[in-house]
Design a protein around this ligand. Structure first.
Ligand code: 57M
Length: 358
């Protein structure tokens, strides 16, 4: 919005020319997001407490979690507010990618909200059934993938890091493939969100990395130099990624151990989808799996546990997802969290290194 109203003033006052630059608007959006979170956070948490949006804790989990009973959840509403408002304020709202990312992220948040609401307010511990949730996620993801495909700005190919000359042409198969990536990422972040700040940390590193990847993909000269696909209009997603990273940083102020608030499915489902949508638009699906390796590890640990238990009757982990396994091995919760953050930072650095390595 600011771009639309203030940039034209540069004709008379050259200062406003600065609103043309994606970098400036990304910083503006990021600072707005963090400030919004910090300012609204305390009253938002008090609101959740007043509404008794307290988390119920399953008996079959790590015993250390029982002390978390009643922690306000659905804090993801604060994250979404700190993503949507700054993006609307600072991004170029004539950019289709911004609207695809915003609308889809909010729709995933609505699915998460319904699940949280049923679990927390209706005290129905199951929330939405797994099938219902998956169906809604798939529908939204399919529509998102369809719109991305129809904009024709993102080539329907799968790109491979390190092998710049390789690309796998997907054609219309791009739509189910992108649907799978978005639903998979949404659920992987959801599974990861099981310790204080555990999902937020890797979301910050991944969205900050994709801020850079989106900016490069949308910059013709940089894309050509790095030999990555040039995606017209993708650079604007750096503003969106800046908001995501900063909103999560602001939320981490309250979600860090011992958490004052949990994000709920309203946060985890939407954050996973947001990361995947940027990855799909900028042709970085494989780099998403690399940079978001903690999310992939968490999801794979659950699959391995369930398959192993079904096939052999034995568990491969003390408990899945893998963060519970380390808790049951005696690692203190903060130790598990920070070590997973360290892995995420390393994966982000490796991901960025693929830009130059070819
Ligand atoms: C998402 N939700 C947390 C909170 C957060 C198939 C199976 C692996 C599914 C999985 C599952 O139910 N996952 C749901 C994980 C929950 O967090 C809430 O959910 C939101 C995210 N969606 O925002 O509102 C609990 O996580 C803890 N938490 C924190 N700090 C945070 O900042 O401590 C969350 C955020 C919260 C709180 O205790 O209550 C969760 O863990 O459910 N199920 C599991 O993960 C369960 N594992 C399991 O069943 N393993 C089995 C088989 C089926 C794989 C096995 O290993 O044999 C574990 N989760 C729970 N209890 N709650 C263990 C049992």
């Amino acid at each position: 919005m600011l771009y639309y109203f203030l940039y034209p003033l540069h004709v008379k006052h050259t200062f406003f020319n600065v609103f043309k630059y994606i970098t400036f608007r990304t910083f503006g959006a990021s600072i707005t997001s963090v400030l919004l979170c910090m300012l609204i956070g305390p009253s938002y948490i008090r609101l959740l407490q007043r509404k008794q949006m307290g988390q119920s804790i399953r008996e079959d989990g790590p015993k250390t979690h029982l002390t978390k009973k009643g922690t306000p959840t659905m804090g993801g509403g604060l994250i979404l507010l700190a993503i949507v408002l700054p993006t609307l304020l600072w991004a170029d709202l004539t950019n289709k990618n911004i609207w695809i990312a915003l609308v889809s992220t909010v729709l995933f948040a609505v699915v998460g909200y319904v699940d949280d609401y049923r679990k927390v307010v209706k005290k129905n511990s199951k929330g939405m059934s797994g099938k219902q949730k998956l169906a809604c996620q798939t529908l939204i993801a399919f529509a998102t993938a369809y719109f991305i495909y129809m904009t024709r700005e993102t080539p329907p190919v799968l790109k491979f890091p390190f092998f710049k000359d390789w690309s796998l042409y997907l054609g219309a198969f791009f739509i189910p493939f992108a649907t799978f990536v978005i639903v998979g990422a949404s659920n992987a972040v959801n599974l990861t969100d099981g310790l204080d700040g555990l999902a937020v940390g890797p979301t910050i590193t991944t969205s900050a990395t994709f801020l850079i990847l989106a900016y490069c993909a949308g910059h013709m000269k940089i894309a050509e130099y790095l030999q990555i696909p040039y995606i017209a209009g993708a650079g604007e997603l750096a503003v969106f990624c800046g908001s995501v990273a900063a909103a999560c940083l602001g939320f981490l102020w309250f979600n860090t151990y011992p958490a004052q608030v949990f994000m709920g499915d309203v946060g985890s489902l939407s954050l996973g989808a947001a990361l995947a949508i940027v990855a799909v638009i900028t042709k970085n699906e494989i780099l998403l799996a690399l940079c978001g390796g903690v999310f992939v590890m968490e999801a794979l640990s659950v699959m391995a546990q369930v398959v192993s238990f079904k096939v052999t009757g034995k568990r491969v982990l003390k408990m899945a997802p893998i963060h519970h396994h380390f808790e049951l091995k005696g690692w203190a919760e903060p130790k598990v969290i920070v070590r997973f953050w360290i892995i995420s930072i390393l994966l982000a650095l490796i991901t960025l290194s693929t830009l130059k390595l070819r």
